[in-house]
Design a protein around this ligand. Structure first.
Ligand code: HEC
Length: 145
C-alpha cells in the first residue's frame, strides 16, 4: 500500500512541475487533488456462462415472452401484438430468412430489416457474437428443417 501512495504522489509532482509549460495550466491558485487511490470494486464471483447456456437463458427470459416457449409466437406478451411475433416453427419462414438476417434482427430489432419495430433489438449482445450464433441456432431448432 505504501509503495502505491508514494507512486501516486510522484505522479502528482510531475503533474505540478509540468504546469508551466503545458499551456492552459495558468491559474496559479493552488489546487490540491487528493489522491484517493482506487476505490475498491466489488466483483461478484460468478463463472461466466458458456455462450450456449447464456443464449438459452436469453431465449427463455427475453424471447419466449413474445415468441412462446415452443417458438410459435404465442408467448404471453406476444399474443397482443400486431403483427404477431414470428412463428419460428414453419419451414416456409425458416427458408425465407438467412442467418445474417436473423442475426441483424436479434441485434438491431425488426425495424432494421423492414419488419415490425415491436421486435426489440438486443444491443447488449453486439459484444457477444458467440451468444448471437447460439440464438440463431435456437431459432433454427424450433423448426425441423
Ligand atoms: C416484445 C416482443 C418480442 C420479443 C421480446 C422478441 N421478439 Fe422477435 N419478434 C417480435 C415480433 C412482433 C416479430 C414480428 C415482426 C414482423 O413480422 O414484422 C418478431 C420477429 C422476429 C424474427 C423474424 C424476423 C424476420 O426477419 O422474419 C426473429 C428471428 C426474432 N423475432 C427473434 C427474436 C429473438 C431471438 C428474441 C430474443 C432475443 C426475440 N425475437 C424477442 C416480437 C418480439
Amino acid at each position: 500500500m505504501r509503495a502505491c501512495v508514494v507512486a501516486l504522489a510522484g505522479a502528482m509532482l510531475v503533474c505540478c512541475n509540468e504546469q508551466g509549460g503545458g499551456g492552459g495550466g495558468g491559474g496559479g491558485g493552488e489546487k490540491i487533488t487528493v489522491a484517493t487511490g482506487r476505490s475498491p470494486v466489488s466483483v461478484t464471483a460468478r463463472a461466466p456462462l458458456a455462450p450456449a447456456d447464456e443464449a438459452k437463458d436469453i431465449a427463455e427470459s427475453r424471447c419466449a415472452m413474445c415468441h412462446g416457449k415452443t417458438g410459435k409466437g404465442d408467448g404471453p406478451n406476444g399474443i397482443t401484438l400486431n403483427p404477431k411475433p414470428q412463428d419460428f416453427t414453419t419451414k416456409e419462414w425458416q427458408k425465407s430468412v438467412s442467418d445474417a438476417q436473423v442475426r441483424s434482427v436479434i441485434l438491431k430489432g425488426g425495424g432494421a430489416v423492414g419488419k415490425s419495430p415491436l421486435m426489440p433489438g438486443n444491443p447488449d449482445l453486439e459484444s457477444k457474437p458467440a451468444v448471437v450464433d447460439e440464438l440463431v441456432k435456437i431459432v433454427r431448432a424450433y423448426s425441423p428443417n
